[in-house]
Design a protein around this ligand. Structure first.
Ligand code: ATP
Length: 452
């Protein structure tokens, strides 16, 4: 059964070292979290799975890793300076501030109905760039990774000779000064996004929008999310951003409710149109910002030798929300009978922070420890991910810990290992808790088959 409450997840994350409040020792920084020893592995594994499916397994996508510091002009012409804001209301009584679309005419803090009219609140972090902080030289911490994909469009096309349809993928940090960060890592001020901008011939956009919706649902299922916990929300026409032609949200049943995990938008030719020079020659369909400063035409030759500004389909997921979703789904409390129970994190094995734990039955036995080190060193060479030597506590505690952090396999080195030929270890499976002996010589093949 998936996690019932956010508290269970928050507690596990802190107890086992997945996620900590940032600046905890100073009382924290609101809406900012740090990933601990296991969280960094889980998050890296989720990003690697995304990159593999978006870039390596396809023949039509290239990667990019652009800077976080963003030229003011980029976010001016993208429209963010003008419009990247949430309407907010202030409570006149307790002075709390909330997103207008999150409340129901009443202050969630003190219950007062004395609220200001909704006002726009720009969500971008403005920052001084250069030696003098005189207000004239500034940029932003990017509020999404997508804009650099558009501004680098021409460089990527020129250096890779791409033809439509093709995509550019990027994973990286984004920053939004959210008015009400909440629900653990669901809504934060510093987060990571994994975004694909997929460029298509105008007219082919609707077809590709459907295709990407299906692809992305399939991918989330491969990360362990059950289809019944996923909902596809189609934004009603009247609620669409002015540039979007259509938008699907992939929603997930988080502990706090069914909420957005990933957006998949048909952004038409709005973004490239905003950043291109010679807008008048481009037959743009969107209502773009007038741009006399761009130095490049952001178009591509189509198969009829005509220059076109492609339409963009954008699957954009939040990595942190992804981590929260896979943890929610994996969190399981099992009744083992006779008053015993266990918490087990049934993560897909490719996501598990630690793939294999090598556990000595007796940690003060030199021979056993030497064998553990040797096994760990050899298994690392397989490239299956992190193999950890577990030398805390007794064997029962070690199993409990590795169940809770989702380690798929525990290998125990005992007296039989060092005393009998051929050398063998006990392999314990996280989900079934079944144990069997495997010869050390057979371990590489056994694990390769299991993980790769
Ligand atoms: P929301 O409506 O929840 O504020 P959004 O529609 O503004 O999200 P997008 O701009 O479409 O979000 O960003 C794409 C993805 O980035 C979202 O689906 C979400 O997973 C993630 N994301 C956006 N804002 C945040 C945030 N403050 N904290 C964590 N993840 C976020």
């Amino acid at each position: 059964m998936p996690a019932k409450t956010m508290d269970q997840l928050v507690s596990l994350c802190k107890r086992r070292g997945f996620i900590f409040q940032n600046a905890d020792i100073y009382g924290g920084l609101q809406g900012v979290y740090d990933y601990g020893p296991l969280g960094v592995e889980l998050k890296n594994n989720l990003k690697a799975a995304w990159w593999r499916s978006m870039v390596y397994e396809r023949d039509d996508v290239e990667g990019l890793d652009s800077a976080i510091l963003t030229n003011q002009k980029v976010l001016h012409y993208s429209g963010h300076e003008d419009t990247f804001s949430d309407p907010m209301v202030d409570c006149k009584k307790c002075k709390s501030r909330f997103r207008a679309d999150h409340i129901d005419g009443k202050c969630p803090n003190c219950g007062s109905t004395e609220l200001t009219e909704p006002r726009p609140f720009n969500l971008m972090f403005k920052t001084a760039i250069g030696p003098v902080d005189d207000g004239s030289s500034y940029g932003y911490l990017r509020p999404e990774t997508a804009q650099a994909i558009f501004t680098q469009f021409k460089n990527v096309v020129d250096s890779t000779s791409r033809k439509l349809p093709f995509g550019i993928a990027q994973i990286g940090k984004s920053f939004r000064n959210e008015i009400t960060p909440r629900n653990f890592i669901f809504r934060v001020r510093e987060f990571e996004q994994a975004e694909l901008e997929y460029f298509v011939e105008p007219g082919e956009d609707e077809k590709w929008h459907e295709t990407w919706k299906e692809e992305r649902i399939k991918w989330w299922e491969e990360q362990g999310l059950k289809r019944e916990n996923i909902n596809i929300y189609t934004t009603p026409k009247e609620d669409l951003a002015h540039y979007a032609k259509a938008c699907y949200d992939i929603e997930y049943q988080f502990p706090h409710g069914m909420e957005e995990l990933e957006g998949i938008a048909n952004r038409t030719d709005y973004d490239l149109g905003n950043h291109t020079k010679a807008q008048d020659e481009m037959n743009l369909t969107s209502n773009c910002h007038k741009n006399n400063e761009s130095t490049q035409k952001l178009c591509i030759m189509d198969d009829k030798n005509k220059w076109v500004v492609p339409f963009v389909i954008e699957p954009s997921m939040g990595v942190d929300r992804g981590v929260l979703a896979v943890m929610t789904e994996a969190y399981t409390e099992e009744d083992l009978g006779e008053g015993n129970s266990r918490i087990v994190l049934k993560l897909k094995k490719h996501l598990a922070p630690i793939k294999v734990a090598v556990i000595p039955l007796k940690k003060n036995n030199e021979q056993i420890m030497a064998k553990c080190h040797e096994i760990k060193k050899n298994l690392l060479k397989l490239g299956i991910g992190r193999v950890a030597l577990e030398n805390t506590g007794n064997i029962g505690k070690a199993y409990r810990r590795h169940d809770e952090i989702g380690t798929p396999l525990c290998l125990t080195v005992d007296f039989e290992t060092i005393e009998q030929q051929p050398e063998s270890v006990t392999v314990r499976d996280r989900d079934t808790m079944e144990q069997h002996r495997v010869n050390i010589a057979d371990l590489p093949n056994y694990l390769r088959e299991y993980f790769l």
